[in-house]
Design a protein around this ligand. Structure first.
Ligand SMILES: Nc1ncnc2c1ncn2[C@@H]1O[C@H](COP(=O)(O)OP(=O)(O)O)[C@@H](O)[C@H]1O
Ligand SMILES: Cc1cn([C@H]2C[C@H](O)[C@@H](COP(=O)(O)O)O2)c(=O)[nH]c1=O
Ligand SMILES: [Zn+2]
Length: 278
């Protein structure tokens, strides 16, 4: 009966609140100010590293390569928020801005994220960019090529940063010692609003921190949290809108209460009856 691995607890018929509100137009502010078309065909890009060919903007490029001289210090920028808040979109926009300035860029995501295409980061709106899908960040340098990493690479984007256990060490080394600009996008909290992975650990060493919000799927207000609609209790469950929804504080509290009760009911109905206690 409970065989389905990802059973949705919060279906329209069960929900304590209506899920039938029209989906608000989200992040229009973020998307409208974008100076780029994020639909730029990725076929014009090499898979892993890209540098803008715009010679007029080369003058904005760092005068020396990042590792040949550390006269140019590195930077760390952190973008957090709940699911559907525009983290990937923002990462893409910032990465493309760096490329337009003539920087050489590379994007990494966790190979745990098997949604969509494994070799691209993909936003919930379908915008794509080629990336390295890696099990951890420590293997990036050797996979990329030590020489290319040290002498050519300026900017590193990291998506789904909550899945990288070695995030702090990687960012610190890249910015402090190797002069890289690192842009980190990830969930600050999991579905229970607990810190997720090492994302928050990077804040003390970051230049900037941006917390994005989404729109509550129930009432349309600002959403800061991610509600999981299914019965799973593990911290890591890969999924999109079929599993998660962005919600405001009120609807997180009411929704999470109902969902936790439903999870408990499911758990207890699965336990074998303890005859001794009857
Ligand atoms: N509940 C939702 N279900 C599906 N897509 C959504 C939902 N809410 C917002 N979106 C879309 O997701 C886009 C943001 O996607 P993305 O940048 O991938 O966010 P994040 O990386 O923070 O999850 C928004 O511009 C919006 O169009
Ligand atoms: C809240 C929460 C999320 N996840 C997973 C679900 C998705 O695969 C990613 C987040 O993707 P997005 O780019 O931010 O939309 O993380 C999880 O494993 N556990 C959670 O609690
Ligand atoms: Zn709400």
């Amino acid at each position: 009966m409970f065989a389905a691995s990802m059973r949705t607890l919060l279906s329209p018929s069960l929900t304590p609140f209506s899920l039938h509100l029209p989906k608000p137009s989200l992040f229009s502010r973020v998307l409208r100010i974008s100076p780029y078309s994020l639909t730029k065909p990725t076929s014009t890009l090499t898979r892993f590293t890209t540098r803008s060919s715009s010679s007029t903007r080369e003058s904005h490029t760092k005068p020396t390569s990042p590792s040949s001289s550390f006269s140019s210090p590195g930077e760390i920028h952190v973008v957090v928020g709940p699911m559907f808040s525009g983290k990937t979109t923002t990462l893409l926009r910032r990465i493309l801005a760096e490329r337009e300035l003539g920087k050489t860029i590379a994007v990494i995501k966790s190979d745990k994220d098997t949604r969509y295409c494994i070799e691209s980061i993909v936003s919930h709106d379908g915008e794509k960019f080629p990336c390295w899908a890696l099990p951890d960040l420590s293997c990036f340098k050797s996979r990329f090529g030590i020489d290319a990493y040290e002498n050519q690479l300026d900017v590193i984007g990291i998506d789904e940063a909550q899945f990288f256990g070695d995030l702090y060490e990687f960012c610190r080394e890249a910015a402090d010692k190797e002069g890289k600009t690192v842009i980190v996008a990830g969930l600050d909290g999991d579905y229970l609003r607990r810190r997720f992975g090492s994302v928050l650990d990077v804040i003390p060493i970051a230049d900037t921190v941006t917390k994005l919000s989404s729109r509550c799927e129930v009432c349309g207000k600002r959403a800061l949290f991610t509600l999981r609609k299914t019965e799973e209790r593990e911290t890591e469950v890969i999924g999109g809108a079929e599993v998660y929804m962005p919600v405001c504080r009120n609807h997180y509290v009411s929704g999470q209460g109902v969902l936790e009760t439903a999870r408990n009911v499911l758990d207890s109905s699965r336990k074998p009856h303890n005859v001794a206690s009857l």
